[in-house]
Design a binder for this molecule. Structure first.
Ligand SMILES: *Cc1c(COP(=O)(O)O)cnc(C)c1O
Length: 394
């Protein structure tokens, strides 16, 4: 391998994480209620996203569950979600006794299709959870219009989109809530963590109570004003996130630059078609570099075999999420006491999602933090595999 090629690593850290972590350790204030790191992170993250309020949480899954609970969405309600997403987008409604309704995604941007949302609306529909897929913001103009027309709440699932922008406006304040994840693979991370943003004081106050077992901020007398759970973040992950946030804007820029370089290098490769960016998107955070893989152009080597070859050649890669309603627990109706059964025969046709679930491959975002030699190396590995499999056809 060319010596100028640097294989990027993830997660990244430097002296900032160390300083901030040590600060927490030595302060003996490890809990958000007596320390200041969680408070400071919430303030800085809200500012970064131009939002009024932030609550740091245990993880992104809890962030979705908390948002729905705060909005009072529950039994008998329907929540529209994209068919292709990480499972939590669809399980959070179930945990609140509501029914997730998966709809189709755009074959180019991989985001939920606004017209498909509109078609799925029934008198029971209460909310939409658009997912900014791989860091590409959804068409928030149309989604906000639809929400207004039918009086629906919006919870943006921005687990991939920290710092992304739709038409120069930061993702995170288009709806009642936006949720973020700081899990190990995400573009800023503390191992496990999450957050919600909102511009509503009333929703913030209620969400704060629910995330802290119903207790007001400085309660010392066991006051429980709401039914809640414990979704509080501790001071240690918040310390790491403060440092991660300082690095994020620069990393978002580098990923955009490198994604464009990789797009151009892969353009001539028949059988590889990358996710495309809507031209109204001003920042795409590229949490995943996603592309269709056509096995016919690779001598019948299956997608799974191709992913294995990429991994064998030092390029970490994965297959796309399944359609949420095609997961085992969903198909078998194992919803415990939450819902008796979701009638999956009622789900709209999902032809684009089916193709994505079958043909899409993704590379993790940190590969796009490599130097230019590494980006060229990714393309050359793909080309070399292609040459090899085509030669073996002769
Ligand atoms: C990662 C992710 C989540 C859940 O976040 P966790 O912190 O892992 O619980 C939710 N939605 C999407 C789209 C995700 O990718």
């Amino acid at each position: 391998m060319d010596s100028s090629i640097e294989m990027p690593v993830w997660p990244q850290y430097d002296h900032r994480e160390k300083e901030l972590l040590l600060d927490v350790l030595e302060s003996r204030k490890w809990w958000r209620m007596n320390g200041n790191k969680v408070d400071t992170f919430e303030k800085k993250f809200a500012e970064f996203c131009n939002a009024e309020y932030c609550i740091a949480l245990t993880n992104g899954t809890h962030a979705l569950e908390l948002s729905l609970a705060t909005l009072g969405i529950g039994k008998g309600d329907e929540v529209i979600v994209p068919a292709i997403t990480f499972i939590s987008t669809a399980t959070a409604p179930i945990y609140n006794c509501a029914t997730p309704v998966p709809v189709d995604c755009d074959p180019k941007t991989f985001c939920i299709i606004p017209e498909a949302i509109e078609k799925a609306i029934t008198p029971k529909t209460k909310a939409i959870i658009p997912v900014h897929m791989a860091g590409q913001p959804c068409d928030m103009d149309r989604i906000c219009e639809i929400a207004k027309k039918y009086n629906l709440r919006i919870i943006e699932d921005a687990a991939h989109a920290h710092g992304a922008e739709w038409k120069n406006k930061k993702i995170g304040t288009f709806g009642e809530f936006a949720i973020f994840s700081f899990q190990n693979g995400k573009i800023m991370t503390c191992g496990e963590g999450g957050a919600i943003l909102t511009n509503s004081k009333e929703l913030y106050d209620k969400a704060f109570l629910i995330h802290s077992v119903g207790r007001p901020k400085f309660d010392k007398v066991y006051k429980h004003l709401e039914l809640g759970s414990n979704y509080r973040m501790s001071e240690f992950p918040a310390a790491i996130l403060l440092a991660q946030l300082e690095r994020l804007p620069e990393q978002n820029k580098l990923r955009e630059k490198n994604a464009k370089i990789l797009d151009n290098l892969l353009k001539p490769v028949e059988g590889i078609t990358p996710q495309s960016t809507d031209e109204r998107v001003t920042i795409n955070t590229h949490y995943m570099y996603m592309f269709y893989y056509d096995e016919l152009m690779f001598n019948g080597i299956t997608r799974e075999e191709f992913v294995q070859l990429l991994n064998d050649n030092g390029i970490p890669s994965y297959i796309c999420f399944p359609i949420v309603s095609n997961t085992d627990f969903f198909k078998e109706g194992k919803f415990r006491s939450y819902l008796s059964k979701i009638d999956i025969t009622n789900i709209q046709a999902l032809p684009n999602a089916e193709r994505m679930a079958k043909e899409v491959i993704w590379l993790p975002h940190y590969l796009l933090l490599g130097n230019e030699a590494f980006i060229k190396h990714i393309a050359s590995v793909i080309l070399k595999i292609k040459e090899k499999v085509l030669v073996s056809m002769l």
